[in-house]
Design a protein around this ligand. Structure first.
Ligand SMILES: Nc1nc2c(ncn2[C@@H]2O[C@H](COP(=O)(O)OP(=O)(O)OP(=O)(O)O)[C@@H](O)[C@H]2O)c(=O)[nH]1
Ligand SMILES: [Mg+2]
Length: 195
């Protein structure tokens, strides 16, 4: 574990409010309640940098966090939450489309899935969307602490097949035990030093 200087920059609903900077940026996306904000807090060794909670759908805008003057994390709203209006779905689509298409600093999508579950159609759409915009993708399977050791391999196979990603490249993660912290930071360090 190392010290991280992490700070919230801004929330944005459209490109006019994206912050200007020259750092590498990675966006974290995934189903509502999957653990996106928790993962940001874990990576930064902070308890409440990104807002977390049991009420799905709390994160509605893109939230930008600058870490170590080196990389910017973007916490995206969760998807797949049943109690969403059509208008909210439309807003979400527009928010992400604009961001993927026009954000120059964007180096990678971190797609966060739950190690216990098969990725959804929305997860597949999200990763395909990043690929079609030539954005690198990193798959993180979180809530590792909730899965029996004997089930892990089976779950990784399911995620690998559903998202069409190499099993070896799936990062097994837990915000509770911090499993995967070093592995994920190694990848992010490489990404941020490329630019
Ligand atoms: N056991 C366990 N619980 C986790 C883990 N990661 C997140 N959680 C819990 O899952 C719930 C949702 O976590 P969040 O980080 O708020 O999820 P989110 O994806 O940001 O949710 P939205 O912003 O609503 O889309 C919280 O109660 C977390 O404490 C994990 O690795 N292990
Ligand atoms: Mg969140």
């Amino acid at each position: 574990m190392r010290y991280h200087d992490a700070k919230f920059i801004t929330s944005a609903i459209n490109k006019e409010s994206w912050p200007k900077h020259d750092l590498a940026e990675v966006v974290l996306a995934g189903r509502s309640n999957v653990g996106k904000s928790s993962l940001i807090n874990t990576l930064c060794n902070r308890k409440q940098l990104a807002y977390t909670g049991n009420t799905p759908g709390k994160t509605r805008m893109l939230n930008f966090f600058e870490i170590d003057n080196k990389i910017v994390f973007v916490d995206a709203p969760g998807y797949g939450y049943a109690k969403r209006s059509f208008k909210e779905l439309e807003d979400f689509g527009y928010l992400m489309e604009e961001y993927f298409a026009l954000r120059d600093n964007l180096k990678a999508l971190i797609l966060i899935v739950d190690l216990r579950h098969k990725p959804t159609k929305d997860d597949v759409m999200m990763i395909d969307f990043a690929r079609s915009n030539n954005v690198n993708t990193i798959v993180v399977a979180t809530k590792y602490d909730k899965v029996k050791k004997s089930e892990i391999n089976k779950q990784l196979n399911i995620i690998s097949q559903t998202l069409n990603v190499n099993k070896e490249n799936i990062i097994q993660f837990s915000s509770l035990t911090r499993k995967g912290y070093e592995e994920l930071w190694n990848i992010l360090d490489d990404l941020s030093s490329e630019s």
